[in-house]
Write a protein that binds this ligand. Structure first.
Ligand code: C2E
Ligand code: MG
Ligand code: MG
Ligand code: MG
Length: 299
């Protein structure tokens, strides 16, 4: 195993190939792999909610659920690290089910307390491995039924790569999701595939422009500058909504508005927050920073 390999490398004098940093990293990944099993039962996960905002009105139109893992002795571990591990060792199945269930229950509670005339949705990330489970759709239907949440209040996010891997099966699954009333968003759009022809094969409602595009908008990088309006016009032609991810500056917001981008998400507006802070925004007890009034953002 890894530890023995280290010792051997020392013994035959090839000490330079033994990389202590790499060894540590490998050991801690193995450790995380083990610790992830059971972390659901030990209640170590929690959910945060990041506002999705109308760029024209600065109103919160929805939230994206983002999972957090508090490791007992390593503290907060990024989902960028543990989600891929959970996908490999299968923990994503119970974890993903828990995330979907909690999100539906939470959203239903919000709906029930929502001020008159207000309407929001919730976005939940779904991994490819979850989608490929034969009982994904019946379990999904059951989660909706038990929570009482109407499918229309929910969107699922998945990446392009998940769809491309298995076009026919995925098209069938996405159609069944749609039959539940649930809408479909493509996450991190633009990072995966150069061919756009696959878009026609799936019932897609929303494109989320990856934050790497947003980040490069104001740095005068031609490719990204040109691509973002192209993505927006493709989406419009196909009657999809567009959400720009990772908006961090008023200048990025201004450019995206100029391009006619309808929705956005990012630290400029708000970081992922607790459920009670999220409800504060819905109920009107709290407000996002104002980038929409007459003189906002003109500085
Ligand atoms: P994602 O679905 O694309 O989520 C957006 C990520 O961008 C989140 O990171 C969010 O905190 C971050 N973000 C939002 N606004 C900004 C910004 O203005 N600037 C920057 N630099 N980052 C911003 P997070 O929460 O660390 O999640 C990372 C990824 O982990 C997610 O990317 C998603 O792929 C995965 N993930 C998170 N939660 C879940 C989950 O519940 N289920 C599954 N399957 N995957 C999840
Ligand atoms: Mg997402
Ligand atoms: Mg994303
Ligand atoms: Mg991402």
């Amino acid at each position: 195993d890894i530890a023995m390999y280290g010792a051997k490398a020392r013994g035959n004098g090839e000490y330079q190939i033994y990389d202590e940093g790499l060894h540590q990293k490998t050991m801690s990944l193995l450790r995380l792999e083990t610790d992830l099993r059971g972390a659901v039962d030990r209640d170590e996960f929690s959910l945060r909610y990041q506002p999705i905002v109308s760029l024209a009105s600065c109103q919160v139109v929805g939230f994206e659920t983002l999972v957090r893992w508090k490791h007992p002795d390593q503290g907060d571990i990024s989902p960028e690290i543990f989600i891929p591990i959970a996908e490999r060792n299968g923990v994503i199945l119970p974890l993903g089910h828990w995330i979907l269930d909690q999100s539906c229950v939470r959203m239903k509670a919000w709906l029930d307390q929502m001020p008159e005339g207000r309407d929001i949705f919730i976005n939940v990330n779904i991994s490819g491995k979850q989608l490929m489970q034969p009982d994904f759709i019946p379990r999904f239907r059951e989660v909706l039924r038990q929570s009482g949440l109407p499918g229309i209040s929910l969107k699922v996010e998945m990446t392009e790569s998940v769809l491309i891997e298995n076009v026919d099966d995925m098209a069938a699954i996405l159609n069944q999701i749609r039959e539940l009333g649930v809408r479909i968003a493509i996450d991190d759009f633009g990072t995966g595939y150069s061919s756009l022809s696959y878009l026609h094969k799936f019932p897609i409602d929303v494109l989320k422009i990856d934050r790497t595009f947003t980040a490069r908008l104001e740095k005068g990088q031609k490719l990204e500058k040109d691509l973002v309006p192209i993505i927006i016009s493709i989406a419009r032609n196909m009657s999809m909504e567009v959400v720009a991810e990772g908006i961090e500056t008023p200048e990025q917001l201004r450019i995206l508005r100029d391009y006619g981008c309808e929705y956005g998400q990012g630290f400029l507006f708000a970081k992922p927050m607790s459920a009670s802070d999220a409800f504060g925004l819905i109920s009107g007890d709290a407000q996002l920073p104002d980038f929409c009034s007459e003189d906002a953002g003109s500085a």
